[in-house]
Design a protein. Structure first.
Length: 464
């Protein structure tokens, strides 16, 4: 086993090895794509049937969330335990938070600028008094429970074990970092524990691979439910807002994130191609959290060090929500324009400042963007919270775009931080983005081609 920039690789791997031809229908991304198309068809043709399929999507997301805490914990602990310098943790975290702050704030500014230029809500002339606040009371209530102090206190779990059972990414992150640092500090005495955790990591990532086989079923159920419940017709009434949001997000990914990628020596388009299976999974389920475990695995397989992946990806899911930030300022100004409320530059800057705070800590799950929007509007009295009823019907359709943008943003952040730290195997990264295999592994009989579990380096294959 050799190490390149702190990244372990097996000498058995063979970069650039010939890739055996695999039928398209055996690839996970193809199966998810077909499932999304089938879900749209079922939801459009048989709306009631489509709406009843929600449990399929919910069950898959629950399966994935079940494994998220162990994946984060094991990845971070084994990564930190292998660090030569514990001070490196603070340096990586500092760079990550600096990056998150700059890029996510820029996303808020982009949403604000586009809303002022395009003005998607102008001319609707809706009287705020005619809006039904009851439609958004649930979201407003959840937003009212949020505060900076509560958010900070919620990071600290009741017990070490409760962090792994309560489903809070930040709690798992805190416990894993503290445990990993402790393991690194005790030296040789902690080696048996480290070996055990490495073995557990192999098992857990094999479980992730097994769960991903159900991704097409989950994507089918989630998409059928969305189309069946909300209907394609709802897209027409607020088409201007939806189109503006999708185009703005695409512009942000290709221009802003693309420029960041170019400055750090890689192509955003190649990275997107490398992650196409996970992106389709996010599209189908409207949740970037559904693809968190495979994203961590693929980033590590692409040469990023385990410690960087473990710190940057989970943290980014709460602090680097580019898509959510674009949505928040764009949607807030849309509501103001639709209700005929003029916001001066000072009020817009205040909105931006509030959004910067309320957006932090929003997990990458469906509906979080709507809740953080409610939290923002509740502090900015000029824009009525009841105005959110205008976009409630199409929020689900914008949720996909938020999740996709958040996901890509975190993938870019991981590579960038790894490059800054010199903690990336450049050959492995180049091979991954070029679609070159190491030593291909035949997929399970009748099963999709999926990513191999972490730890089995000699069994890497062409990315999905």
């Amino acid at each position: 086993m050799k190490s390149v920039n702190g990244v372990a690789h097996s000498p058995a791997t063979a970069p650039g090895a010939p890739i055996p031809t695999t039928p398209w229908y055996r690839h996970l991304y193809a199966q998810v794509l077909v499932a999304i198309a089938a879900g749209i068809a079922v939801g459009a043709i048989w709306p009631e049937t489509g709406a009843s399929l929600q449990p399929l999507g919910d069950a898959f997301i629950r399966l994935v969330k079940m494994i998220i805490a162990p994946v984060i914990f094991l990845t971070i602990v084994t990564g930190i335990a292998g660090m030569r310098d514990v001070g490196e943790i603070g340096r990586v975290a500092g760079k990550a938070f600096g990056y998150f702050l700059v890029v996510s704030t820029f996303a808020l500014v982009v949403g604000l600028v586009v809303a002022n230029l395009v003005q998607p809500g102008a001319g609707m002339n809706i009287d705020p008094a005619t809006l039904d606040p009851a439609a958004v009371n649930d979201y407003a209530g959840k937003a009212g429970e949020a505060s900076i102090v509560k958010f900070l206190l919620d990071i600290v779990p009741t017990t070490m074990l409760s962090a792994l059972t309560d489903g809070s990414i930040l709690q798992v992150l805190l416990v894993a970092i503290l445990f990993g640092i402790s393991l690194a500090l005790v030296g040789p005495a902690g080696e048996p524990v480290t070996r055990l955790l490495h073995s557990l990591s192999t098992v857990v990532f094999r479980l992730v691979s097994l769960l991903m086989r159900f991704a097409p079923v989950g994507a089918f159920g989630a998409m059928a439910f969305t189309i069946g419940k909300y209907g394609v017709g709802t897209l027409v009434s607020l088409g201007s807002l939806i189109l503006t949001f999708y185009l703005t997000s695409a512009l942000f990914v290709l221009v802003v994130l693309g420029s960041i990628a170019r400055m750090n020596g890689f192509s955003i388009l190649k990275l997107i191609r490398y992650l196409k299976a996970e992106l389709l999974l996010v599209l189908g389920t409207s949740s970037s959290e559904a693809a968190l475990p495979p994203l961590m695995e693929k980033m590590e397989r692409a040469g990023c060090s385990r410690a960087v992946v473990g710190l940057v990806v989970p943290t980014g899911y709460s602090f680097n929500l580019d898509g959510t930030n674009i949505y928040m300022t764009l949607a807030a100004l849309f509501i103001a324009q639709a209700t005929g409320i003029e916001l001066g530059m000072g009020e817009q800057i205040a909105l931006l400042a509030v959004a910067m705070l309320s957006s932090k800590g929003a997990a990458g799950v469906t509906g979080a963007g709507f809740i953080t929007l409610a939290a923002t509007l509740s502090i900015v009295p000029a824009v009525p919270v009841a105005g959110m009823a205008l976009i409630l019907g199409v929020d689900r359709f914008m949720s996909e775009c938020r999740a996709l943008t958040n996901f890509i943003g975190n993938a870019v952040a991981t590579v960038v931080i790894a490059r800054w730290e010199g903690a990336i195997d450049e050959q492995a990264f180049s091979d991954a983005l070029a679609g070159r295999a190491r030593i291909p592994v035949a997929p399970p009989a009748g099963g999709p081609v999926i990513a191999p579990p972490a730890g089995l380096r000699a069994g890497e294959q062409d990315p999905d």
